[in-house]
Write a protein that binds this ligand. Structure first.
Ligand SMILES: [Zn+2]
Length: 442
């Protein structure tokens, strides 16, 4: 068995003040020890000191759509969300490549890009076609062959929660998406990179009836599953829900059938339905009312808004998301990247930087939105913090001058816009090569 001991300048455990010059010992993908000096009882194969490095828990992205990861730039928003949705649908249909090949390539690019930027667990909202083997291959690509990497990751460098979409804007779409959803959830159960938990995403109120959301949540209650839904995302959605007006009225007309129209609800009814799930993720929530937010605050342990900061900027130039006010109301917030159809990349740390640099919020609280808080909400008992017994899937940030900063300065400095997050084993790859013959013994 290989056991590695690492001493960075800062260990950001997310359960205590950041620890300076502490050792973290890992073996077979688990943390075995954290402390200021090494106990003599532990046999260590490799000691590595990492000056000017901060180590954080692996980052958790709670809202993404990897199927758009082959887009080189986001689709222009031009102020109209409905037009953007139309462009997304056209983009899906425009590829001249074989649809399976292009979809597989996009999803695998998304896994690679997420892993490269320090994400270790990701909730992917998916539509057909999708294959568990595509994800498996992409995660296998992320597995570095070195013993050091194996000690840290235990062969599971990246985890995915598949969250298949269901919608019933037309009846035939309901049957097709529900059957795909069952297939996806069945296929992921026994994969090492999956917790085996079931998740479903009723797409959005303009494509999924309230009845479908209620039925979905009812089913998720039986299996202790996760519900994720786009809610209160755009003004167009609000216009459609409040009095059947706005651009969605005409643009989506040919897609809708009577069953959907007879079973639609108000925004508040959708929020009520979704918070009833064992775990509820509300993607965006930009236009929720105080009544909706109060309901989310009541369910703060099981329901959260995923704020996608750069996607918000994409659609709302010069506006500010009221994050501080909503946190003060007690609404749990997490961060996500959404997709490359609205975001230039899948770098979750850039979402942290965007939020930390545009709101007066303590950096520890912002980092918690991609580590401790999503782990607590999703019941990921071995992720989200650095503690003995948890997975040693760590994210590293290197920065000259870290060693001369105090605790508060270090966190403030880490979230500035010029820092880069990477998987710890990726960072070690270059260093260990030089140490292999000298002191590492691996
Ligand atoms: Zn989304």
């Amino acid at each position: 068995m290989n056991r590695i001991a690492i001493k960075p300048t800062w260990l950001i455990t997310m359960v205590s003040e950041p620890l300076r010059d502490h050792w973290l010992v890992a073996s077979a993908g688990r943390i075995e020890f954290i402390g200021p000096s090494m106990p003599s009882s532990l046999e260590i194969d490799c000691h590595i000191e990492l000056p000017n490095i901060a180590i954080l828990p692996g980052l958790i992205n709670t809202h993404s759509h990897l199927e758009f990861s082959d887009l080189s730039v986001p689709l222009v928003a031009d102020g109209s969300f409905t037009k953007w949705i139309g462009d997304v649908v056209s983009y899906r249909r425009s590829s001249t490549d074989d649809p399976l090949t292009s979809r597989k390539r996009a999803i695998q690019c998304g896994v690679h890009e997420s892993y490269d930027s320090g994400v270790r667990y990701l909730v992917d909202t998916i539509t057909a076609p999708w294959s568990v083997n595509w994800v498996q291959e992409a995660i296998d690509d992320c597995s570095l062959p070195s013993d050091v990497a194996k000690a840290l990751t235990g062969n599971v460098p990246f985890m995915v929660q598949a969250c298949p979409e269901v919608l019933d804007i037309r009846m035939d779409r309901r049957d097709a998406t529900q059957s795909h959803c069952r297939e996806v959830n069945r296929s992921t159960v026994d994969r090492k990179w999956s917790t085996g938990r079931q998740a479903i995403s009723p797409h959005a109120p303009y494509t999924a009836s309230l009845r479908l959301v209620r039925e979905t949540v009812q089913w998720l209650k039986e299996v202790d599953g996760i519900a994720s839904m786009h809610l209160g995302e755009s003004r167009d959605e609000i216009a459609w829900l409040s009095d059947r007006s706005g651009p969605m009225l005409e643009t989506l007309k040919s897609f809708r059938d009577q069953h959907y129209l007879e079973n639609i609800g108000t925004l508040h009814e959708y929020v009520q339905a979704i918070v009833d799930a064992p775990v509820a993720i509300v993607a965006h929530g930009n236009y929720l009312t105080d009544g909706d937010l109060a309901l989310l605050a009541t369910h703060r342990k099981t329901a959260a808004i995923v704020h996608c900061a750069r996607t918000f900027e994409h659609f709302h130039a010069h506006k500010s998301y009221p994050l501080a006010d909503r946190l003060a109301m007690g609404v749990t917030h997490l961060l996500g990247t959404d997709s490359r159809a609205s975001n230039p990349d899948l770098n979750l740390w850039a979402e942290v930087q965007t939020v930390a640099n545009s709101h007066a919020i303590d950096p520890e609280q912002v980092i918690a939105m991609v580590t401790r808080s999503p782990a607590e909400l999703l019941g990921l008992s071995d992720l989200g913090t650095l503690e003995v017994g948890k997975r040693s899937l760590c994210t590293a940030i290197g920065l000259d001058g870290l060693a001369v900063l105090n605790v508060d300065q270090a966190l403030n400095r880490l979230v500035r816009r010029d820092t880069t997050a990477v998987p710890l084993e990726r960072h070690l790859q270059g260093r260990i090569r030089g140490m292999r013959n000298a002191e590492s013994g691996l």
